[in-house]
Each structure stands twice: as C-alpha cells, then as structure tokens.
Design a binder for this molecule. Structure first.
Ligand SMILES: [Zn+2]
Length: 143
C-alpha cells in the first residue's frame, strides 16, 4: 500500500500521508485555525479535515456558531502521534517505500540527507534503480 492506514472510530480505514502531513505540521503556528485555514495549510480539502481527520481523533473546539477551531499546537501533537503510530505499524525496519515498485524495499546504498528541518535517509531502489527516501527525524523548536 502506498500510504499507511489507521482505523477510525467508525471502522473506516483512514489513509494518512504521514510523510507529507508531517512536513506541514512543522509549519503550524501556535494559534487557532479555522477548518479552511487548516485545509489550506495541509493542501487538502476542508471536508477531509472535518470528516476524516476529526473521525480519526483530531482535536478541535466548536464555538456557539457551530464553527470548528483547531489549535496549531494540538494539531501538531496529534499528527506526530498518528504518524508515529502508522509508521511503526507499516514500515518494516531498514526499508524504504518505493513509489515505482509499490512496496518496501531494502536498499544497499543508504546515505543521510538534510532538507529544511528534516533529516532523510536517501537510497536507490535495488529493484528499479529509482531514487527513494524516507524521513528519519526532525530538529528545531516545533518538535
Ligand atoms: Zn523501485
């Protein structure tokens, strides 16, 4: 599978692009976001947040007008927990997902790289020869 899945309380599988979402979470500010602003920050649809993410435990508050508010810090903490959980369950140790081969492969030529505040493990897929990578950590105040 291409993205890790976790089960939501209503039993539907929840696809979570942990890799991409994590990078966005690092950029959240310590403020309240509307669902539209949060959707924009994660480059996703507002309905994904309201229907799927909340169903998967995203913390929120609702005001008297029925509007949803999301705390940047709380969202960040939630993303961290959900990402860690889905990675632990789905990524076998020492492997990297290859988008071309659609599976986890064990590369022989790993090297570390750095971009923005994230550290990466880079390698070449031993099966198709394409460059592959996974996030191994992050540094900075947010985490
Ligand atoms: Zn491959």
């Amino acid at each position: 599978m291409s993205t890790p899945k976790i089960n939501t309380p209503n039993g539907k599988p929840f696809k979570f692009g942990a890799f991409r979402v994590k990078q966005h979470a690092i950029g959240l500010l310590n403020m309240l976001y509307t669902s539209n602003e949060l959707a924009e920050a994660f480059e996703t649809d507002r309905r994904v947040i309201l229907e799927r993410w909340i169903g998967a435990g995203l913390p929120y508050t609702k005001d008297d007008h029925g509007r949803y508010w999301f705390s940047g810090r709380e969202v960040e903490a939630w993303v961290k927990v959900v990402s860690a959980r889905s990675e632990k369950r789905h990524v076998p140790e020492g492997t990297i997902w290859c988008n071309k081969c659609k599976k986890h492969v064990k590369p022989n030529d790993t090297r570390t790289g750095e971009k923005r505040r994230l550290t990466y493990l880079r390698a070449t897929c031993p099966q198709c020869g394409r460059p592959i990578a996974r996030v191994t950590g992050s540094k900075g105040a947010a985490w």
